[in-house]
Design a protein around this ligand. Structure first.
Ligand SMILES: Cc1ncc(COP(=O)(O)O)c(C=O)c1O
Length: 369
């Protein structure tokens, strides 16, 4: 099979080549501040300085990566002793590496499993599952509970932990509780992708639904990305968690890592471990994450106010799904130099404050009404 280049990166390259001064890249999910820069977080910089002074060894870390990192990230995400004690965690090559490792683990432990995936889905989910040899069946993302109700025992439900990419949907706690109960009853394995925690309703709020669900099921896997919450996109930092996992699960994950990339890169994980092991640095990081979240909220509300697209207010996270189809998105690009995805998804975090008026005017002129 001949595979083609990813259209998302082709569009990013086309934007970079666009000679118009007002061109705006709202494609890839990277946080930018009001000046359009993608800043290094203060806590990250401080941790890097400490690491530079200590000059930790560059020796091999092993296929599980940085265990101090994996343990502190697990504590942060699960925040419950009982859950933490029954979880096996390894560091991975970012969220994508975690998704692939866990998909391989699920394929090895249940070759007949079907992965149920709500659509529209994160664009890379179907490909990663298929690459691991898992069969994917889709359902409308709003009908997830129905899909689980008719799934077979041993099947997998792949869901996002918060701020759904691309719809911006945030499940309410009672939806999480009902989903957990149905998953447990049907013997379906939850596969949770946590990429945007802290950028929706607040760090603890964004994790609450997942914690509730995990407490009700015997076994679950969680792919964690450190890319967004710490702004460490290029460091490739993430983790694979197996809740209800044992030494066998750790051994399998290590084997899969060993035969694919041997071991993950160390620097990003060391930064996160340094932050999470120091209460002052953790507080600094939480503050900064919260101000990023608030900025996203302000941009979203301002766009909704100016365009009259009221549905935008309900969405959460770094992205915004505009009620515009591929043709209107194309016109935004051609006529205004505003680059989003044909599905209507834009990276809200890529929008400098002084450009909101221009973008809102362009959007309103392409209103679906
Ligand atoms: C839903 C979702 N999961 C996982 C990822 C992967 O992130 P990473 O860069 O950590 O591999 C992304 C990145 O955009 C994402 O949107």
């Amino acid at each position: 099979m001949l595979l083609t280049a990813d259209p998302l990166w082709q569009l990013t390259a086309a934007c970079a080549d666009d000679p118009r001064p007002g061109r705006l890249d709202l494609i890839v999910g990277v946080y930018r501040d009001d000046s359009g820069a993608s800043p290094v977080m203060r806590a990250v910089r401080a941790a890097e300085l400490r690491l530079a002074q200590r000059s930790p060894s560059k020796g091999y870390v092993g296929p599980s990566g940085d265990l101090r990192f994996a343990a502190s990230l697990t504590e942060l995400l699960l925040n419950d002793r009982t859950l933490v004690d029954r979880t096996v965690a390894v560091q991975t090559v970012a969220g994508t590496g975690a998704l692939r490792l866990l998909a391989e683990l699920l394929a090895q432990t249940g070759p007949d499993r079907t992965v149920h995936l709500g659509v529209p889905a994160y664009v890379n989910h179907p490909g990663i599952m298929a690459a691991a040899g898992l069969r994917v069946v889709t359902h409308p993302v709003a009908s997830t509970l129905d899909a689980v109700s008719s799934a077979r025992a041993g099947d997998v439900l792949l869901i996002q932990g918060c701020c759904h990419n691309p719809t911006g949907r945030q499940m309410a706690l009672d939806e999480w509780a009902a989903l957990g109960e149905t998953l447990a009853r049907r013997g379906v394995v939850p596969f949770i992708d946590q990429a945007y925690f802290g950028l929706g309703d607040g760090l603890e709020e964004d994790l609450a639904g997942m914690r509730l669900l995990l407490a009700t099921v015997p076994y679950a896997v969680v792919a964690v990305s450190g890319s967004k919450a710490w702004g460490l996109y290029s460091e490739r930092v993430g983790a694979a968690l197996v809740v209800g996992g044992d030494a066998q699960a750790r051994g399998s994950l290590e084997h899969i890592a060993r035969v694919s990339y041997s071991q993950p890169p160390a620097h990003g994980a060391m930064i996160v471990a340094e932050i999470l092991s120091d209460p002052a640095l953790t507080a600094c990081w939480r503050d900064e994450l919260e101000s990023m979240r608030r900025r996203l909220g302000r941009l979203r509300d301002e766009l909704a106010d100016r365009t009259g697209f009221d549905g935008l207010r309900e969405q959460r996270g770094m992205f915004l799904r505009l009620p515009l189809g591929a043709e209107r998105m194309e016109r935004l690009r051609v006529e205004h130099g505003i680059y989003g995805l044909p599905s209507g998804r834009i990276n809200l975090a890529g929008l400098p404050a002084e450009q909101v008026g221009r973008v809102a005017a362009a959007l309103a002129s392409h209103s679906p009404a």
